[in-house]
Design a protein around this ligand. Structure first.
Ligand code: NDP
Length: 248
């Protein structure tokens, strides 16, 4: 298979597990050098670094809580220093806090906004300073930006809807420089955040999915790799849904 991202330098936030880890593996298989952040799972991150290095590319794991803007800035700086630049930024770190209106805490609201929205802006602003023509920024949003059919998901949905406005506006700022920015909006994907077994998963599959299964993190990573590649210079400001028909 030809490598579409040979010699590119990528930073993936929240890359130690789940969708982020699948993106790390896929971009590395396409030839990119990789930096990724995580918040607490150092052992898992170290294992992934070894796995990625075995593919013949550089790999570094950076502990950086996305809720801490200074840690996000430091992660971008370290990526640029150690990989020699940055061509691809994937903002995948995210948190899912569900709860009824009466009980939803301000702390959970603030953490959701800090990780799912503010960190995306902070990383994008910092990375864009180092990016050149052809660079790519991709955020992992959610199909819930457009449809939230359950109770208790308002703040999560709001945080992912915010990314739609953000990429539409930033596409205008970055377009003249030849840099694209897009969202990938997954539906239910089998990860620690949303396991594909249990009562909730079975209800989702039966009632909401056109394709009656959960997606895999690899399927999301394939769409990210496409957007990161050389053929998508005319796609920007878009929110592309990969949700098994959840929103259909
Ligand atoms: P997981 O919970 O399985 O993995 C989350 C990853 O993000 C881990 O690598 C984790 O690091 C990291 N992370 C979590 N919080 C922080 C933080 N504060 N700072 C830095 N890193 C952090 O989640 P998913 O893979 O399922 O989700 C990834 C993204 O996809 C999220 O933005 C989520 O909203 C979105 N998404 C997921 C869907 C799903 O069904 N799974 C559907 C739609 C969107 P650590 O290992 O250290 O905890």
């Amino acid at each position: 298979m030809s490598q579409t991202l040979s010699k590119k330098r990528a930073l993936v936030t929240g890359g130690s597990r789940g969708i982020g880890a699948a993106i790390v593996r896929r971009l590395a298989r396409e030839g990119a050098h990789i930096a990724f952040t995580y918040s607490s799972s150092a052992a898992t991150a170290d294992k992934l670094v070894a796995e990625v290095k075995a593919l013949g590319v550089q790999a570094i794991a950076i502990q950086a809580d996305s809720a801490d803007a200074s840690a996000v800035l430091a992660a971008v700086d370290r990526t640029v220093q150690e990989l020699g630049g940055i061509d691809i930024l994937v903002n995948s770190a995210g948190v899912l806090k569900m709860g009824p209106l009466d009980e939803f805490s301000l702390a959970d609201f603030d953490q959701t906004v800090a990780v799912n929205v503010r960190a995306v802006f902070v990383a994008t602003q910092a990375a864009a300073k180092h990016m050149r023509k052809g660079a790519r920024i991709i955020n992992i949003g959610s199909c819930n930006a457009e449809r939230m059919p359950f109770q208790g998901g308002a703040v999560y949905a709001m945080s992912k809807s915010a990314l739609q406005g953000l990429v539409q506006g930033l596409a205008r700022d970055l377009g003249p420089r030849g840099i694209t920015i897009n969202n990938v909006q997954p539906g239910p994907i089998n990860t620690d955040m949303n396991p594909d077994q249990g009562e909730f998963a079975e209800m989702l599959k039966a009632q909401y999915m056109a394709v009656q299964r959960y997606g895999s993190a690899d399927e999301v990573a394939a769409m990210v790799a496409y957007l990161a590649g050389p053929e998508t210079g005319y796609v920007t400001g878009a929110s592309l849904t990969i949700d098994g028909g959840f929103n259909a």
